[in-house]
Design a protein around this ligand. Structure first.
Ligand SMILES: Cc1cc2nc3c(=O)[nH]c(=O)nc-3n(C[C@H](O)[C@H](O)[C@H](O)COP(=O)(O)OP(=O)(O)OC[C@H]3O[C@@H](n4cnc5c(N)ncnc54)[C@H](O)[C@@H]3O)c2cc1C
Length: 500
């Protein structure tokens, strides 16, 4: 059996939005870096980053109620919302840089302006939303947010949701016109197409099966060419494990101590997609509600206008579900094979702690279409099952680890970058807020893994991201400049023709 052997500066495992973003950042910072990508599927952006596998929300905390918490004294803590908004501003700036430098040509191919709204029912929730609005609108990052509990106003904002509604229960919404719908699948494909032009070697149908550190501190990666069946050996000074749900297994194979005592718990997503164009045309927003009691934060229901394949669509969900697979195209043995001697007790503790979550997910998975339509009716009171189809979205593998606050086996709902102490390998685990914050997260990888190059790269970083290293919430002038720049370049403030 013949073996191909190559040596390169950087290996990126997986062709999702994370590897695409890291590859593009690195190539802009040092065009001479040699980068090789291995992806087991036939093309880029086919797993979670695919437009049909995620909700396409440009998460900027403009509408997601789970990013703000009501404290025991009744006040609303918006710290996490501020962080996420700052992180999204970083993505917007980098994408603007890529448009200005003709790496990306038409912003409409991957980002569209779309109002983001939060919608609640019932007196207690209305009070919470009002307090949340008052806490947020004072901050420059959320300037322009509107609040209303007037049904007439809400009819203007969300006619489809207000049609045939019984007005007995108090209702309220907030609206931010500066929200976005992002086609992360299209963005991933565009970035990889561009990386190919920059001499990045992209190998599809190549599955990374193993990796180990060599005596000189580099990494040797065993890659199976899925067409020929041949196992190749490639080595690099730095490896990024951007395998999405596949990252945990690869991190475990790397054997780095930082990857020990960690596990993963997969949560699948299901959406209802509307097939009636008359209904699709009546809605123009992302409207986020409140998560049901016992539901994990990623299953907050929302009714979303989407722009996919030059067409306006309407999606509702996600309904959470359970599948032992870590990738949509993964194996039924993914969960069980991720249990290792070092994480056994962490996983057992997580299992014991999250019995109610597991039964919630199984119960969600068993829901009939009619039951799902009943949940949709909380948003569209007269929704009819015939107008909607079910589609299976991506898998999100939530990180399980031992934490001081939560103890052994605590389920995390965020994103974790795990890096070796020498910065020679980094892996991305978790999936929230996800693709929207890819640029911020990949800058974190660069900061941890390329510390010696940062001083040399700093001016380029500032050219790409004018707010690099500066908190925008404390700099309203810079924030205003950044908003103006990104809105103009990405054409987010223009009233665009809405296609159907
Ligand atoms: C239901 C759902 C809704 C979501 N909604 C949003 C949203 O509204 N907004 C948002 O910002 N984010 C959202 N996300 C999260 C977002 O989709 C992910 O955070 C993001 O796509 C992850 O990108 P990635 O590059 O890490 O992984 P992926 O896109 O999954 O890419 C990983 C790639 O690695 C490949 N791979 C894996 N193992 C190997 C291996 N051994 N060898 C070679 N290749 C391998 C896979 O085939 C895949 O192509 C959502 C996710 C889900 C599931």
């Amino acid at each position: 059996m013949s073996r191909q052997e190559t040596k390169t500066d950087v290996i990126l495992i997986g062709a999702g939005i994370m590897s695409a973003t890291l590859g593009m950042l690195l190539k802009e910072l040092d065009p001479n870096l040699q980068i090789t990508v291995f992806e087991k599927l036939a093309s880029a952006g086919e797993e979670s980053s695919n437009e049909w596998n995620n909700a396409g929300t440009g998460h900027a905390a403009l509408c997601e109620l789970n990013y703000t918490v009501e404290k025991p004294d009744g006040s609303v803590d918006i710290k996490k919302a501020l962080e996420i908004n700052e992180q999204f501003q970083v993505s917007l700036q980098f994408w603007s840089y890529l448009v200005n430098n003709q790496v990306l040509h038409n912003p409409e191919d991957f980002i569209m302006p779309l109002p983001h709204m939060s919608l609640v029912l019932g007196e207690k929730n209305v009070d919470f939303l009002q307090k949340r609005f008052e806490a947020m609108v004072r901050n420059p990052l959320f300037e322009g947010m509107e609040f209303s509990k007037d049904p007439e106003k809400l009819k203007e904002w969300i006619p489809l949701i207000m049609q045939n509604r019984d007005y007995k229960a108090p209702i309220a919404a907030t609206k931010m016109d500066s929200g976005t719908d992002v086609n992360f699948g299209a963005l991933t494909r565009l970035l990889f197409a561009n990386l190919a032009k920059k001499d990045v070697g992209i190998h599809y149908k190549h599955s990374v099966n193993d990796l180990k550190r060599t005596a000189d501190g580099h990494w040797e990666v065993k890659v199976q060419n899925l067409d020929s069946g041949i196992t190749e050996t490639h080595s690099a000074k730095f490896v990024f494990v951007g395998g999405g749900g596949g990252s945990l297994h690869l991190l475990q194979k790397s054997g780095i101590p930082e990857g020990k005592h960690m596990g993963g718990f997969p949560v699948s997503g299901i959406f209802l997609v509307c097939k009636n164009p008359d209904i699709v045309a009546k809605h123009h927003a992302k409207v986020y509600g409140k998560a049901k009691v016992g539901a994990p934060p990623m299953s907050v229901p929302h009714l979303d206008t989407r722009f996919i394949d030059n067409k306006k669509s309407l999606l509702f969900g996600p309904f959470a579900g359970f599948s032992p697979k870590f990738l949509k195209t993964g194996s039924m043995f993914d969960l069980i094979s991720s249990v290792k001697p070092d994480n056994l007790f962490t996983m057992l503790a997580a299992g014991a702690k999250n019995m109610s979550l597991t039964s919630y997910l199984i119960q969600q998975l068993m829901l009939s279409k009619e039951k799902r339509i009943e949940e949709l009716r909380e948003f569209i009171p007269n929704a009819k099952a015939d107008d909607w189809d079910l589609i299976v979205a991506g898998q999100r593998v939530q990180v399980i680890k031992d934490t001081e606050a939560g103890g052994k086996g605590t389920l995390q709902f965020g994103t974790e970058v795990v890096t070796a102490a020498d910065g020679s390998i980094a892996a991305l685990l978790g999936a929230s807020p996800g693709a929207s914050t890819a640029v911020h997260v990949m800058l974190e990888v660069i900061r941890k893994c390329f510390p010696e190059q940062i001083p040399e790269w700093e001016s380029k970083l500032k050219e790409m991201i004018p707010s690099y290293g500066i908190p925008l919430k404390e700099n309203p002038k810079l924030l205003h400049e950044v908003h103006t720049l990104t809105a103009q370049t990405l054409r987010l403030s223009e009233k665009k023709p809405i296609y159907n």
